[in-house]
Design a protein around this ligand. Structure first.
Ligand code: URP
Ligand code: ZN
Ligand code: ZN
Ligand code: ZN
Length: 486
């Protein structure tokens, strides 16, 4: 018989409801929600909110990138996640150009065996060919991966061309999967980078100058139009600026199935982190897209508040100071990426709920429920419902701490949020019923995490233009084009 756990005296907060009830957990699942429940282990949630654990849909754990590997792996990364109230991560399985998708998944399965919490993958499409086309079907239908990311940047490495992206998007539409893009114009970035270097701008601040908001806005618009022509839904990762947000907002108003994902870093840190700073400080914050000014930050917050942006992620891709120093003398060699897995929930609570920009229910929506629905793993994840996985966080809104690298779970030697005061932290974090954080003490179990398969969802995965064609069939317009000279 499986031990039962009951969470007592708390207030349940989901994306749509707030109410007082106890939660009974048996066999890793929620089996009862009600009054005066009892169980073998009792977790006291007095004064706390009982919420679905966070889902971080954007991590890069132990990823080979820019001549090295990101330092947090599935063990330290998921330990950091749980410590901060996140109970599921979605990592990018990344084939090196030329490598098969299934081969890359094997590598990712090996790394993910150490995970402390549940996880899933997005598949990256880093090159295009018959093998990729063929294996996509197996990835979707046999492996339960329904999201595929395309890099429009990192020219000469991971970047795909528009024709490749269009072909891939059409294949995904056929399979009922979702396209994702890293939206930056890689050609323009490469050109600006070369010019900055030639002019002697070798420091980390030049990284920001090489990737202005326009390169992101252009690529976001381009991806939206290509997705619309392919009839595939589009998820834009790490939306950092108004230009990109504007494109997403417009697409959504037109009925296109497009989502935007701001990162907690872009919501709370700005470009001043790059300018008039010492080299290490700035380089530690080099990521793509770079941090922006306050106006862009305001735009991202407005998007979360109004619903034009759907999900807050981290893009956790952590490099040590030593790794960042590969780029001394050439900013283009600084490994791109920042951490945030442990801090996303407390930072968003502090700067979102604590300021009145988000309600607690909206907090749950943008940290968990929305993405569970988009990825098609709701209500297994992202819910407090009977039958759902007991991935829960008992959130103490009065608990405070000062973020510092000295006490973090991440394996790197600094924290981009160093010195920030947060109010709102987990008292308990449960991963399928296992209490991984107990009164703030981290007791993770390596290898506890399981893969979460996510089926394709063909019935809803259509963009606006496709709906129009389906509901209002019309003759092929090409036949009506007058011949020249008429
Ligand atoms: O700079 C970043 N974002 N590094 C991680 C890889 C990516 O582009 O998402
Ligand atoms: Zn206990
Ligand atoms: Zn990216
Ligand atoms: Zn990323």
């Amino acid at each position: 018989t499986q031990m039962s756990t009951v969470i007592k005296n708390g207030t349940i907060v989901t994306a749509d409801l707030t109410y007082k009830a106890d939660v009974l957990i048996e066999g890793g699942k929620i089996t009862q929600i009600g009054q005066d429940l009892s169980g073998a282990e009792v977790l006291d949630a007095t004064g706390c909110f009982v919420m679905p654990g966070g889902i971080d849909p954007h991590t890069h754990l132990e990823m080979p990138f820019m001549g090295t590997y990101s330092t947090d792996d599935f063990e330290s990364g998921t330990r950091a996640a749980l410590s901060g109230g996140t109970t599921m991560v979605v990592d990018f399985a990344l084939p090196s150009p030329g490598q098969g998708l299934l081969d890359a998944l094997k590598m990712w399965d090996n790394k993910a065996g150490r995970a402390n919490c549940d996880y899933s993958y997005h598949m990256a499409v880093t090159w295009w060919g018959e093998q990729v086309f063929d294996e996509m079907k197996t990835v979707v239908q046999d492996r339960g991966i329904n999201t595929f990311k395309h890099f429009m940047a990192y020219k000469g490495a991971l970047m795909v061309q528009d024709d490749e992206m269009f072909a891939s998007f059409q294949r995904l539409a056929e399979l009922g999967a979702i396209a994702m893009v890293h939206a930056e114009n890689g050609d323009v970035v490469a050109d600006l980078s070369a010019r900055l270097l030639a002019e002697g701008n070798t420091g980390p601040e030049a990284h920001a100058y090489s990737r202005p908001p326009q390169v992101e806005g252009e690529a976001t618009n381009r991806a939206i139009m290509i997705a619309d022509m392919a009839g595939v839904p589009l998820y834009v990762v790490h939306t950092s600026c108004e230009e990109s947000h504007e494109a997403i907002r417009r697409a959504r108003q037109q009925g296109k199935r497009v989502w935007g994902e701001p990162l907690i870093q872009h919501l709370t840190l700005d470009e001043s982190e790059y300018f008039n700073q010492d080299w290490d400080h700035a380089a530690r914050r080099v990521m793509s897209p770079p941090f922006r000014n306050k106006q862009h930050q305001d735009s991202l917050w407005a998007g979360l508040m109004s619903g034009s942006l759907s999900v807050v992620a981290t893009d956790h891709c952590a490099f040590t100071t030593e790794q960042k120093r590969y780029g001394v003398g050439d900013f283009t060699k600084i490994p791109n990426g920042t951490g945030g897995l442990e801090d996303r929930m407390p930072m968003l609570w502090t700067y979102g709920v604590g300021t009145g920009r988000l309600t607690p229910n909206e907090f749950v929506a943008v940290t968990s429920t929305n993405i569970a629905k988009i990825l098609n793993c709701y209500p297994k994840k992202g819910a407090v419902l009977v039958g759902a996985d007991a991935d829960l966080v008992v959130w103490d809104p009065e608990k405070t701490k000062t973020i510092t690298a000295g006490t973090q779970q991440s394996a790197i030697d600094y924290n981009v949020f160093e010195g920030k005061e947060v109010k709102g932290l987990p008292r308990f974090t449960l991963t399928r019923g296992y209490v991984a954080v107990h009164d703030g003490e981290v007791r993770t179990k390596e290898g506890h995490g399981e893969f979460v398969a996510r089926e394709a969802n063909t019935s809803v995965n259509k963009a606006l233009s496709s709906w129009k064609e389906l509901t209002n069939p019309r003759p092929v317009e090409r036949s009506g084009i007058p011949a020249s000279g008429v």
